[in-house]
Design a protein around this ligand. Structure first.
Ligand code: SF4
Length: 374
């Protein structure tokens, strides 16, 4: 069921770039809810869920309002164009295409605005439906930047797939679409998230996903673990029960024991790294910087390294203080209003240490990065 509604809000401007992951600063979606209805989807959390039962009586009877009742923002393309005009150029995150797009075509119109205004985009994609707009993607790619990350956690449409991603396009159709993008010189890869523990964390499944990514022209694998909060946990557990009820106990234990949760995810990450190495894929996305003003590009390059360091420490279960020290320094460098090269040229290391969040050890790393860039 599709329901149009009026809103003035379409563009989210994030406080900081999500450094180390997709490199996004903005996000936008013309639709709320998702017809694919993945059972692990965190968007059902109260803070994201647009389907407030108490204020929307039409959906009280629905089993999963999130996937059965899609809210469509009236005039979304115009709203988007207006919201993004005059914003500093930076990467925009767009959600996956879904069947509602066949009726409204708003994703295409949003892409047209990105093309006209030369904004770069990252799409987290689940559906070959995206390819209907390959012509515009190619144009945006020529003018600025396009990166399509295919959300794939299962190497094939097995029993678990039909339970945990009940309405999604088959993984093979996503790999085939990845190949088409790659043949069009569009950067693409796999978002291997969330890897479901005890279900999709086997070496066989992970190797197969990495291998298929490589053979279909993907350039990276970005992995991440499962989070289950509030309503999402109960919702997911219903599907877990259907799949294999003996896993309920293991999941209860996993999600009530931080140490175990962390150990399991570190182990999974190591498997991903092993196969990324074997198939020569990056485990991160290189930060695009060409669309930033030339004098700030060095800030983006330096902060990229700091963000990636923070992410590496996080995924390997390292020291949390160190992780946050890198992340905070990265944000400061990323958002500086003058070139870090100029600061260094004028004041040397002393100048770098005046940047908030930059201590001696990170300051010296930044110094090396600036020197190696000259
Ligand atoms: S495709 Fe993405 S947004 Fe849609 S239900 Fe699945 S995880 Fe959620």
């Amino acid at each position: 069921m599709y329901k149009e509604y009026s809103t003035k809000h379409i563009l989210n401007v994030h406080k900081h770039c999500d450094g180390g992951w997709f490199w996004i600063k903005y996000s936008a979606s013309p639709y709320l809810g998702c017809e694919y209805g993945c059972s692990y989807c965190y968007c059902r959390e109260d803070k994201y869920d647009p389907h407030k039962r108490e204020i929307d009586p039409e959906i009280i009877e629905l089993e999963d309002p999130f996937s059965e009742y899609i809210k469509v923002k009236k005039d979304a393309p115009d709203l988007f164009r207006k919201a993004i005009t005059n914003k500093p150029k930076d990467l925009i995150y767009l959600d996956s295409y879904q069947p509602v797009e066949n009726k409204y075509g708003y994703c295409r119109k949003i892409l047209e605005a990105c093309l006209d205004l030369e904004f770069p985009i990252f799409i987290n994609e689940k559906s070959p439906l995206l390819l209907k707009d390959l012509d515009i993607l190619n144009e945006i790619n020529k003018k600025s930047y396009v990166n399509v990350g295919w959300s794939i956690i299962a190497s094939s449409a097995d029993k678990a797939f039909s339970i945990f991603e009940p309405n999604s396009p088959n993984p093979n159709s996503r790999f085939e679409s990845m190949k088409i993008l790659s043949e069009n010189n569009i950067l693409t890869g796999t978002i291997l998230m969330p890897i479901l523990p005890y279900i999709y964390d086997s070496e066989d499944n992970i190797e197969e996903v990495v291998k298929k990514t490589a053979s279909n022209g993907g350039k990276y694998i970005l992995d991440g673990g499962l989070t289950l909060n509030g309503y999402c946990k109960n919702y997911f557990f219903n599907f877990l029960e259907k799949y294999n009820s003996s896993l309920i106990e293991k999941y209860e234990l996993l999600f009530s024991n931080d140490k175990l949760y962390s150990q399991v995810n570190i182990k999974i990450h190591k498997i991903v790294l092993k196969y990324c190495q074997k198939y020569n894929l990056q485990n991160y996305i290189t930060r695009p910087i060409d669309y930033f003003p030339i004098e700030y590009q060095i800030n983006k390059k330096v902060s990229e390294k700091l963000f990636l360091k923070a992410r590496e420490i996080q995924l390997e279960g390292g020291d949390r203080y160190k992780e946050w020290a890198y992340r905070k320094a990265a944000w400061e460098v990323d958002e500086l209003e003058e070139s870090i090269s100029t600061i260094y040229r004028n004041e040397g290391l002393k100048g770098l240490l005046k940047i908030k969040g930059v201590g001696k050890s990170i300051g010296m790393e930044i110094e090396k990065l600036i020197k190696s860039n000259n």
